[in-house]
Design a protein around this ligand. Sequence first.
Ligand code: MRU
Length: 345
Amino acid sequence: VERSLSWDGTAVVTVDQTALPADYRLLRLSTVDELIAALQRLAIRGAPAIGVAAALGVALAARARTHDGVLDEPALRRDAERLAAARPTAVNLAWGVKRALSRVDGGADAILAEALAMVEEDERLNRAAAARAADLVRWLCPDRPLRLLTHCNTGGLATVAWGTALGAIRALHEAGRVAEVLAGETRPLLQGARLTAWELRRAGIPHRLCADSAGPTAIATGLVDAVLVGADRIAVNGDVANKVGTYSLASAAERAGIPFVVVAPESTVDNSLPTGAGIEIEQRAAEEVTTLAGTLIAPEGTAAYNPAFDVTPAALVTAIVTETRVITPAADSATESLATLGLAG
Ligand code: MRU
C-alpha cells in the first residue's frame, strides 16, 4: 500500500493534504521548521500521521544539531519542544516526539532508526485495529449490507498507510459488506469532502457526501447502521476528542440506538488523563470559518468560534477499538457488556 509519509535519506516526503483533491503533490521537508509549518497548516494531518511526522522531525533536528559527530542535546530538546507544541489536541504528536527522543543516547542515527521503525509499524497497527473494528461492526450489525457514516478523514492520508476508521470501512468493503458510506464534509477545512471522498473513490467504495449538519438527521431517519470515526486523544474513562462535529453524531447515534465506534491506535490513548475534561482543544483562525476557498462568506470582520475538535463523552461511545483491545465505555456500567460477551481484547 502506498505511504503518505516516508524518509528519502535526507528529508521527510509527504503528500500535501491541502492540495487534494485537485492535485496529488509531494512535499519534501528538510528542516524541523518546515515540518512544524506543514503540521500547522495541515499539509500533514490526522493523529497517527502527525505522531510519525513528529518523530521524523526529531530525527531531522538531531541531524542538524550534530556537529563533528557530537549531538547538541539541549538544542535538540528545544527543537523537540517546539515540535510537540505545533498542535495541542492529538496526543500522538507529543508521543511521537517523546518516543524518538528516548533514543537520544544513541545519537542522531538511533533517533532516525526509531522514527523509521514508527513509519514501518503504522500500517500494521492500523490494519490490526481496523480488522478488529470490522469484525465488531459485523457482529453488531449482522446479516445486512452496511450503511456507514464517517467524519473527517481517517484513511491512508491521516496515517502512514491504510487508516483507522476508514481502514475498517475498507476491510468491510473487501468483505463485500458495504452498501454505502456517508461522509460528512467536515467544516471548516473539508477533510471529509477533499480527502475522504477522494480515498473512497480510489478504493471503489460506494459513497455520498453530506453537510455535517445532515449527519444527525441521516442517523435519526434510519439511513445509517453504524458510525465509525477516529480519535485525537482518548482519556482513561473513554471520553474521546475527535474532529469537531463528532459529538453531534455520537449523540444522534445513541438516541437512534446504533453503534458509535472509535478506531485508533493505542498511541492515541492518554493514560495521564482521567477524563476528557483535561483535553486542550485547539482553537483555529476565524478565517477558516469566515472564508471558503479564499472568498469571504461572512461580513468583513465577523468574529468566529472555531474549535478544531470536540469531546464525546464516554457514555455515548459503544466501543473504542485499538490494535490490542476493544474498550466498551458505554457498556461498562451496563449489566451485559461486550466484555462479558467475549468481545473485549
Ligand atoms: O485537524 P485534523 O484534520 O488533524 O483532525 C483529524 C481528526 O480529527 C481525525 O479524525 C483523527 O486525527 C483521527 S485520524 C486517523
